[in-house]
Design a protein around this ligand. Structure first.
Ligand code: ZN
Length: 125
């Protein structure tokens, strides 16, 4: 399919080493090489907002979630009401993040598997 200007959408990748975000086209692998340090940059979901570099505690939470298989995508989970789903809200403190990772372990995508993915331009995010 020919690429048009309108289809060139961008998404964020986060380097886990230097915490820089890179903007890259939507279509592509789930991880890329960081332009700053050469480390691995991981594709982040739409809901990701990078904290200020000085906010160490916020970064600890982000990195903890990514290392546990959550990339700030929209994740819908089943609720106690049959046939209904709820959108996960990402935690903002480390205490919440630890509980979150345990509670939603079934929804995690381990980085080893995530890394293998290739996202096409038409994928819905
Ligand atoms: Zn880097």
């Amino acid at each position: 399919m020919p690429r048009t200007k309108n289809s060139a959408r961008f998404t964020k990748y986060l380097c886990l080493d230097c915490r820089k975000t890179l903007k890259r086209e939507v279509e592509g692998p789930a991880t890329r090489t960081c332009a700053n340090c050469g480390g691995e940059a991981v594709r982040m979901g739409h809901r990701f907002r990078a904290p200020a570099l000085s906010k160490k505690q916020e970064w600890d939470v982000v990195l903890f979630l990514v290392r546990n298989g959550f990339y700030f995508d929209r994740v819908y989970v089943s609720t106690s009401t049959p046939g209904t789903q709820a959108l996960l809200t990402y935690p903002t403190s480390m205490q919440e993040a630890k509980a979150f990772v345990e509670q939603w372990a079934d929804y995690a995508q381990p980085l080893e598997l995530y890394r293998e993915q290739y996202i096409s331009a038409n994928a819905k995010r």
